[in-house]
Ligand binder design. Structure first.
Ligand code: SF4
Ligand code: SF4
Ligand code: SF4
Length: 567
């Protein structure tokens, strides 16, 4: 199941997520960023850094809404909740959740205490390194990318799962839902070893959207109580070092305790861990400062440090409150597994060179390593292309040099004059055809005012209020040329551009043709007139001779008739 991905419609192909993903689990296909689930550790950095909010996160909200109508639902609430909003009192958040329909709400810190207790037992083991397994992101990181340290990963479930187990004992028929700031936990609940313990996971961001749909205003909610609470031992777990503080830190000091937060630092540490020679207990979180700054709480207006401060205030408020829940006797042990992954492995040098050449990188000098494609180096990007994770044309310098080459080719080979002017009409581009058609040398006019240098001001025809575009004929008197002028102004760059198509020849042909047409017509008219005159004359003559013939024949008839009578 895909937990985190990007919306095809919203993705704008900017590569920022690729640049920020610490394990390069994002591929770009058909101009759309896509997360390879098997490579993703669920740290949520890509979601937090996407400038176009293209996130698409698997949500349990609709299912949970249905359960709230038909089932008993128990909510395990992460101690991070006071960081979701600036509230007059942190427990108004419980009022908000009750308004949404959650009746039974317990603190996840109850589970954190169970785990902290189990950690103290592992502290005494012979193992050189013990890495806390509370962070779902770290668990994923080690299972996928550092399987050599699987045996160092503490065999304990996370506080969420531990609390889920406690709740399952207490409410055997209820649906158990967890709410917090973590995205990786949406993945964790599906791990084979712990599947079925937590039925649904909500993030504070999802609760925020839901709350807005219901027109709930958090600060108007009443302050409410948990159904069961833990102690500050557990409440501290979302802060980096919090788990160690109230558990292993109190022990004999036979292990050095380290706290590392942020995926990059964690990865760097894991890369170098083999160099350490003492026994260590290591608490790691993929989020900076720990879960308190998790990626499922992005709507919060609080800064990272305000969140830590807010959580600390909440912890201080509760320091004297006794736990209402005795920790049940639950099994906190689990196992972790190496996960086969389609990994960016080594690529044969010949293949790499071939791809680099396709990216117009023919020598080391061409390898800019600018990182705009999302990869640290051109070679990393070429490797990603080999593994079908990236597309060749993701290289911005390549695209820009290609388009520059194409536009240069067009500008130099076109038969039309092209002139580009700055906002003061100074010529900054003047192509070969312009030299020919305006009959000036480029160097004589470059940086000079177009209107003065050429004694020609077609740009006054531009209508600045409309589309900054004019198309029409113009006469360049100095050379007696007729141009089809295409003139434009580019406001973003404050540039004028003119394309001048020489239509002098066609115009002359057109004029010659018109002249010939007119002459032919008048000649034809003259012929017609003449013909008419001749026709009239012929008709006149014909009329006269016909009448004369008629008179003569009548006379002849009469003469013949009189002769017949006499015979
Ligand atoms: S950050 Fe990634 S998902 Fe967001 S718009 Fe850029 S390429 Fe797309
Ligand atoms: S959640 Fe983290 S690991 Fe997964 S794709 Fe995003 S940045 Fe990469
Ligand atoms: S630090 Fe906490 S919120 Fe962040 S990934 Fe790990 S478990 Fe989740």
């Amino acid at each position: 199941m895909s937990i985190i991905n990007f919306s095809k419609e919203k993705c704008r192909n900017c590569y920022k997520c690729i640049r920020n993903c610490p394990v390069k689990a994002i591929k770009l296909k058909d101009k759309h960023a896509q997360i390879i689930q098997s490579m993703c550790i669920g740290c949520g950095i890509c979601i937090a850094t996407c400038p176009h909010n293209a996130k698409q996160i698997h949500s349990d909200v609709d299912t949970i809404k249905k359960w709230l109508k038909t089932e008993t639902v128990v909510l395990s609430l992460s101690a991070v909740f006071p960081t979701a909003y600036y509230l007059d009192h942190p427990r108004q958040y419980l009022g908000l959740l009750r308004e949404l329909g959650f009746t039974i709400i317990e603190e996840t810190s109850i589970g954190a205490e169970a785990v902290a207790e189990a950690y103290t037992k592992e502290y005494d083991s012979d193992q050189k390194f013990v890495i806390s397994s509370s962070c779902a992101g770290i668990k994923n990181l080690i299972e996928i990318y550092y399987p050599q340290y699987l045996s160092s990963l503490s065999r304990q479930v996370s506080p969420m799962i531990a609390h889920g187990k406690i709740l399952r004992q207490k409410y055997p028929n209820a649906k158990i839902v967890y709410a917090g700031s973590c995205l990786a936990k949406k993945m964790e609940v599906n791990d084979a070893d712990v599947r079925g313990i937590i039925d649904g996971v909500l993030t504070f961001d999802e609760i925020d959207v839901w709350m807005k749909e219901e027109n709930i205003i958090p600060n108007k909610m009443p302050v409410q109580e948990f159904d069961a609470i833990g102690t500050n031992t557990g409440r501290l777990y979302p802060v980096i070092g919090g788990l160690a503080k109230n558990s292993v830190e109190k022990l004999d000091g036979s292990r050095k305790i380290l706290r590392i937060d942020g995926v990059k630092d964690c990865m760097q540490f894991l890369d170098e861990m083999h160099q350490l020679d003492k026994k260590y207990w290591i608490e790691m979180n993929t989020c900076d400062e720990g879960c308190v700054n998790g990626p499922g709480n992005l709507h919060s207006a609080l800064s990272k440090y305000e969140k830590v401060e807010m959580l600390q205030t909440y912890i201080d408020m509760n320091s004297k409150k006794p736990a209402t829940e005795n920790i049940s006797d639950i099994e906190t042990k689990r196992s972790f597994h190496k996960r086969p992954v389609h990994h960016l492995g080594e690529v044969p040098e010949a293949e790499l060179e071939k791809i680099l050449n396709q990216m117009s990188k023919f020598s080391e000098r061409d390898e800019l390593n600018c990182g705009t494609c999302g990869y640290e180096t051109c070679r990393d990007k070429a490797r990603a292309v080999y593994w079908n994770m990236a597309e060749l044309d993701m290289c911005l310098p390549l695209i820009s040099s290609k388009s520059e080459a194409i536009s240069n080719l067009i500008i130099t080979t076109t038969p039309n004059a092209i002139a580009v002017l700055d906002k003061k009409f100074r010529i900054i581009e003047f192509n070969d055809a312009a030299e020919r058609l305006f009959n000036v040398k480029r160097e004589e006019v470059m940086r000079y005012n177009f209107i003065d240098a050429l004694d020609y001001n077609p740009f006054k025809k531009l209508n600045y209020n409309k589309a900054y575009l004019y198309t029409g004929k113009g006469h360049y008197e100095r050379e007696n040329r007729i141009f089809m002028e295409i003139l434009t102004y580019i406001p973003e760059q404050e540039l004028y551009m003119g394309i001048f198509i020489d239509i002098t020849k066609q115009e002359k042909q057109e004029q010659d043709f018109q002249k010939m047409q007119e002459e032919t017509l008048s000649m034809a008219q003259r012929v017609i007139d003449k013909q008419m005159r001749v026709a009239h004359e012929i008709a006149g003559l014909l009329g006269e001779t016909t009448a004369e013939t008629k008179v003569t024949l009548t006379k002849l008839q009469k003469v013949v008739a009189s002769r017949e009578v006499e015979i």
